[in-house]
Design a protein around this ligand. Structure first.
Ligand code: NAG
Ligand code: NAG
Ligand code: NAG
Ligand code: NAG
Length: 391
């Protein structure tokens, strides 16, 4: 790679997945909220209730990182550590890759919990769970990716490393507390296994791999996610939510980068068909793996969170949800090109400003969504009953 493109690549690689949003209002087509894809062990449960969770254990990447990656050695270089990231929060970036809160913040709130603290933040309480998600992280070990010719440039804290962190935490869980029953804590906790895997594919695409190449990674990525879920269940987890990938073909970063790719074609929303089909392929494999797990563990709730459908629903309903129609696939924090996105002037770089009305934008920086978009997606997911008690 030439020197400039390597620099750009490294900056770009500090980002990841993202997409759409929504915000529930009465005029919106609520009938299109999905049913959850769960096998319900108790067939007659007329009124599913929201679980009373004691806490949330979150694994994943920048979609859920609330302050881990910025505390790693490479953290200070992360765009998400700089203004205008987090401008809606306490006035300074927290490490969240958005202008404000993420889905995990809204989900925790809906479950009556505060957002679990990031694992790498010193001196904080983990009484309501732990957030192990690291921006830029992959589902596959970085060594495994490297064997496939893919460099993971941002962090080595991939999903299995996060699982190691969980195991260390788990060992200490009851060290200080009296009458502490680890098994009971795990049973009453929500395990969010993802979104993860998106960066494995992002790095592949950004490093010139074809959709075909990325397709070959899908079984590896999905097996890794499944193995982590299995391990958590074997330790005592009984409630897991495993999100799929976003419709990455609608990401302004990809729309910009693959504009001139020979095989580019667009769907009716203006998104890249090939990449969206790829994301669906990953999601289908993931759902098949989860179905296998459910057969293996009939008394464990293993739910698939359909980020893809949630995002599509937001795109489709963007005007009713209060988004500016002309900006649906445009970036709030960025400038240039057809999508207000350019590698030369990305959000978090010196002098790159955010739009004055982020709530009218679905996309924040070309890869990640705005707070309002995440809030709407979280709202959609909550309505999809994915966090309700099924066991
Ligand atoms: C990941 O680990 C490799 C090998 O130990 C190291 O060379 C590299 O700097 C690490 N990457 C990051 C982003 O920490
Ligand atoms: C992946 O990383 C985990 C955690 O560091 C390690 O235990 C495991 O052996 C690694 N697996 C491979 C295939 O490299
Ligand atoms: C770009 O086009 C090539 C064929 O020219 C194709 O193999 C590749 O998958 C495309 N990449 C993406 C990400 O669409
Ligand atoms: C593009 O981003 C700038 C901030 O750099 C913002 O002020 C402007 O509203 C955005 N333009 C469009 C067309 O979205």
């Amino acid at each position: 790679m030439a020197k400039t493109s390597l620099v750009l690549f490294l900056v770009l690689s500090s980002f990841f997945i993202a997409l759409l949003q929504c915000d529930a209002e009465d005029q919106i087509d609520l009938a299109r909220y999905p049913r959850t894809h769960i096998s319900r062990p108790h067939a007659h449960r007329p009124q599913p209730q929201r679980c009373t969770y004691d806490g949330i254990f979150q694994f994943g990447d920048s979609i859920s990182d609330t302050g881990n990656q910025i505390r790693e050695p490479a953290g200070p270089r992360s765009p998400c550590a700089h203004n205008p990231y987090g401008q809606k929060l306490i006035g300074e970036p927290t490490g969240r890759c958005s202008n404000g809160r993420l889905m995990i913040d809204f989900v925790a709130q809906a479950l009556g919990l505060s957002t679990p603290n990031p694992y790498l933040k010193p001196g904080v309480s983990f009484s309501n769970g732990v957030n192990f998600a690291v921006a830029g992280s992959t589902a596959l070990n970085t060594s495994v990716l490297l064997q496939n010719g893919i460099l993971s440039p941002v962090t080595n804290s991939s999903l299995l490393v996060q699982l190691d962190w969980f195991l260390a935490h788990y060992q200490n869980l009851c060290e200080t507390a009296k009458n502490c029953d680890v098994y009971n804590i795990l049973q009453r906790s929500l395990f969010m296994v993802g979104e993860t895997g998106g960066n494995d594919y992002n790095y592949a695409f950004l490093q010139g791999k074809s959709i075909e190449d990325a397709t070959a990674l899908v079984p590896l990525v999905v097996n890794n996610i499944r193995d982590v879920a299995k391990k958590l269940i074997d330790l005592g987890a009984t409630r897991l939510v495993v999100p799929g990938n976003f419709p990455i073909g609608c990401s302004p970063m990809y729309l910009t980068l693959f504009k001139n790719n020979d095989s580019t074609s667009y769907d009716d929303k203006g998104c890249l068909k090939g990449l969206n089909t790829f994301a669906m392929y990953h999601n289908q494999h993931l759902q098949n793996a989860l179905q296998q797990l459910r057969l293996e563990y009939p008394n464990v709730a293993i739910l698939y969170a359909d980020y893809y459908q949630a995002a599509e629903w937001v795109l489709t309903n963007a005007p009713q949800l209060g988004f500016e129609t002309k900006s649906i696939l445009k970036v709030c924090c960025g400038t240039g090109g057809d999508y207000n996105f350019s590698l030369m002037s990305m959000c978090g770089m010196e002098g790159v400003l955010a739009c004055s009305d982020p709530d009218q934008y679905i996309n924040w920086d070309g890869v990640h969504l705005t707070e309002k978009a995440y809030q709407s997606m979280a709202d959609w997911l909550i309505k999809s009953q994915v966090f309700e008690c099924v066991v």
